[in-house]
Design a protein around this ligand. Structure first.
Ligand code: SAM
Ligand code: SF4
Length: 494
């Protein structure tokens, strides 16, 4: 049974908020003679990247994006289905949008993404104001679905593909600071974590061809971008096989190595070689797949950020087995030890953790807490278990931890992580961090905000720097979420 507990995600850092709480809306484009498209995106970075593909597809169909929902001809909600509260937010939003539709009956509303895929045509029955339902692999079909909806015919396309990677589509950057960009390297997921709806909503795993990835990153760099984040549900299982027509490709400019297959370590290297001035990040790593080869590649390139998001999900081996994560506590800790051995304590590590999974005992919960103490993560994304219909866990196990106990266990996890995040950040006081300037600080126009190599938010006086500069910042103060300091010298990039 769907457990509608209030999942009060006491999110730790600004980064967490960006990942889980922020809703991104499209921006105004020049719109002469064009219809207006408003896109609101929920959930993970993958969804934000997908909205940029959607904007590109719709531009070809004569739409320009707008940030003004009241004036839009077409409204898309790009949705998340990972937890029940994500879906409830979308339903609430749809009711608000219905008011706009009543005032302006010609306005069309489309629900895209994971919630669309999960509920399919049922969504049209449940939410009468919706005109279009489109799953993550059907975005090329949007212009046709919109055209049909304009004639009053509601449209659904939730076909999941084994090939679609949108490799040939140049995303239109939305909410861009002109400095950092998301680049999808694969789609779908072949793991069957028992709690997770993603394999059902995003289909089978497929890797995008490496040339199109490198070209996209190179184009971004040529346009002034300084950081790309390579995205996939499990980037370590990235694997591209050259088609028969391509006998071998070079993955390494230094020694001209020729390969017919490209794995994630090689892809990372190819992107890192674009320029030492282009920072490379990636997410998400999977503990069962992250190899020492990847860790050595990170070490080899200064511009591959020393930061790894390695979701643990739990600290107890029995629960991990029920979660079908295919590793146990010892395996996870061995991977952590390898990161520390190869990349040192300076490499930041973050995690995802789920509290109150089916049948979790108090002792097993304690194992999650002790894992946090052992690893000393820099930050984490922490959630109360939310049963998702159709998942293995929903079919096999009772969602039997009462809501108040889930919340208490979650709060304990968050408290420990808060303390450790603060302690990890305090160790950086007195050090100099290389910060890529991203934006003016929300709190003061006199400050800039950017991120360190280790993905920590850093705020410092703007002086004469500009967005896109690398700045050496001496850290003088910190909270669990944000470092503060002042510029000591501009970092020369060798
Ligand atoms: N692919 C990533 C991985 O394997 O770690 C995770 C992607 S998922 C979009 C992000 C996070 O949401 C997961 O790591 C997990 O912690 C959390 N999550 C997924 N399903 C959940 C559920 N049913 N209840 C609570 N949290 C969930
Ligand atoms: Fe979900 Fe597991 Fe795939 Fe991550 S690896 S998307 S948690 S099934």
């Amino acid at each position: 049974m769907e457990n509608r507990i209030a999942e009060t995600l006491k999110i730790l850092t600004e980064e967490d908020k960006v990942a889980c709480e922020t809703v991104r809306i499209s921006e105004n484009e020049p719109a002469f003679n064009k219809k207006l498209l408003f896109i609101e995106s929920y959930g993970c970075q993958m969804n934000f990247a997908d909205s940029e593909i959607v904007a590109s597809v719709m531009r070809e169909a004569g739409f320009a994006t707008t940030s003004d929902v009241d004036n839009a001809d077409l409204i898309f909600l790009n949705t998340c289905a990972i937890r029940d509260n994500a879906e409830q937010r979308v339903r609430t939003r749809l009711r608000q949008l219905n008011v706009i539709k009543k005032k302006k009956p010609g306005t069309l509303i489309g629900v895209l993404g994971c919630m669309a895929e999960r509920l399919k045509a049922k969504l049209l029955e449940e939410e009468k104001m919706v005109d279009i339902v489109t799953g993550p692999d059907a975005y090329r079909d949007l212009p046709r679905l919109v055209e049909e909806a304009e004639t009053g015919q509601k449209g659904v396309n939730v076909f999941l593909s084994r090939e679609e990677t949108y490799a040939d589509i140049s995303p239109i950057r939305l909410n861009s600071n002109g400095v950092t960009a998301l680049v999808s390297i694969m789609r779908g997921c072949d793991n069957m974590c028992s709690f997770c709806v993603v394999p059902m909503t995003r289909g089978r795993e497929r890797s995008r061809d490496p040339f199109s990835i490198v070209k996209e990153a190179q184009d971004l760099f040529n346009d002034g971008y300084k950081e790309v984040t390579l995205l996939g549900q499990n980037v370590d299982s990235y694997k591209w096989q050259a088609p028969n027509s391509v006998t071998a490709i070079s993955t390494n400019v230094d020694n001209g190595t020729l390969e017919t297959q490209v794995n994630f370590a090689q892809l990372l290297e190819m992107v890192a070689q674009i320029s030492p001035e282009l920072r490379v990040r990636f997410s998400t790593s999977h503990p069962k797949d992250i190899t020492d080869e990847v860790l050595h590649t990170i070490k080899k390139y200064d511009n591959i950020c020393k930061y790894i998001h390695l979701p643990a999900q739990h600290g107890n081996s029995r629960v991990l087995e029920m979660m079908n994560r295919t590793y146990n506590r010892e395996w996870y800790l061995e991977r952590i030890d390898s990161i520390r051995r190869i990349l040192g304590d300076e490499c930041a590590i973050s995690h995802d953790m789920i509290a109150g999974f089916c049948s979790e005992t108090e002792e097993e919960h304690q194992d999650s807490l002790s894992l946090l103490e052992y690893v000393r993560f820099d930050f984490g994304y922490m959630f109360a278990y939310s049963e998702r219909p159709g998942t293995l866990a929903a079919k096999k196990y009772a969602d039997d931890i009462p809501a108040d106990i889930k919340q208490r266990r979650l709060a304990e996890i968050i408290d420990i992580q808060q303390r450790i995040s603060l302690e990890r950040n305090q160790k950086l006081i007195g050090t100099v961090q290389k910060v890529l300037v991203e934006n003016t600080s929300k709190r003061s126009v006199n400050d800039f905000t950017g991120r360190s190599d280790q993905n920590k938010r850093v705020i410092f006086p703007r002086e004469n720097f500009k967005v896109g500069d690398y700045v050496d910042v001496l850290i003088t103060d910190t909270t669990a979420a944000t470092l503060r300091g002042y510029a000591v010298e501009k970092v020369p990039v060798s």
